[in-house]
Ligand binder design. Structure first.
Ligand SMILES: Cc1cc2nc3c(=O)[nH]c(=O)nc-3n(C[C@H](O)[C@H](O)[C@H](O)COP(=O)(O)O)c2cc1C
Length: 189
C-alpha cells in the first residue's frame, strides 16, 4: 500500500526540508519505496544524503503548506535516534531510514529504503473525512501543471462538503489555502 506522510531530509545548506511523500510500504513499515519527482528537493536530498525520516501525521494543514510551498512557521524538530536527521516533534509515528538502492531507469525514479528505527509519539486520531479530502485536494493542486485549472478546481469543489461537514478550523484553513494557491497560479480564462 501507499501511505501518505511527511519526509524530512537535509538541504545542502544544512536546513531541514519537509515534504509530503507517499512511499509504497506495508503496515509493518520495515521498508519504504519512495518515488520522488526529479525536480523536488526531496529527490536531490535523498540522492545526496541517502537518509531521512518518514512521519505519519494527522495535521493536514502542514501537509498542504509543505506540498505547495506556502509560507508557514518551520515545524519544530529534534535529532533522530539512529541516523543523522531530524524528527518532527508533532507527528504520530516516525521511521528513520537509509536508502539502499536507487533506480533511475524507469518512468519514475525509485528509491528503496530500509527502516532502521521506528518511534511513536501519540495515537493517530482515527478516520476523518475532512482530512482525507484535504489530502486529495492538495495532491490535485500539486499536479496543477499536468491536470490543469478546471480539473483541480473540480476536485477542490468535491472536497468542500466533507471538509465543511466533518472538519475543524485547521482542515477548513487548509482547503482555503489550497484553493487560493490554485486561483493565484492560473488566471481565469
Ligand atoms: C499526500 C501527498 C503525497 C505526495 N506524494 C508524493 C510522492 O510520492 N512523490 C513526489 O515526488 N511528490 C509527492 N507529492 C508532492 C510533493 O510533496 C510536492 O511536489 C512538494 O512540493 C515537494 O517538495 P520538495 O521539493 O521540498 O521535496 C505528494 C503530495 C501530497 C500532498
Amino acid at each position: 500500500m501507499i501511505l501518505e506522510g511527511l519526509v524530512t531530509t537535509r538541504n545542502p545548506d544544512g536546513s531541514v526540508n519537509v515534504a509530503p511523500q507517499g512511499p509504497i510500504t506495508s503496515a509493518a513499515l520495515t521498508t519504504l519505496t519512495f518515488r520522488p519527482f526529479p525536480e523536488s528537493n526531496t529527490y536531490a536530498n535523498l540522492q545526496r544524503e541517502r537518509r531521512g525520516v518518514f512521519h505519519l501525521v494527522d495535521d493536514v494543514l502542514l501537509l498542504a503548506q509543505t506540498a505547495l510551498d506556502l509560507p508557514h512557521p518551520p515545524p519544530s524538530t529534534e535529532p533522530a535516534a539512529r541516523i543523522d536527521g531530524q524528527v518532527l516533534r508533532d507527528c504520530c509515528r516516525w521511521c528513520e531510514f537509509v536508502i539502499e538502492r536507487i533506480d533511475l531507469t524507469g518512468e519514475r525514479p525509485v528509491f528503496e529504503a530500509r527502516v532502521v528505527h521506528r518511534g511513536w509519539r501519540r495515537d493517530h486520531c482515527g478516520f476523518n473525512r475532512a482530512r482525507h479530502a484535504v489530502i486529495e485536494a492538495t495532491i490535485a493542486a500539486s499536479r496543477l501543471a499536468w491536470l490543469g485549472r478546471d480539473e483541480v478546481l473540480a476536485e477542490i469543489a468535491r472536497c468542500r462538503a466533507p471538509v465543511l461537514k466533518t472538519g475543524d478550523e485547521r482542515e477548513q484553513e487548509a482547503l482555503r489555502l489550497v484553493e487560493e494557491f490554485v486561483q493565484s497560479r492560473v488566471p481565469p480564462p
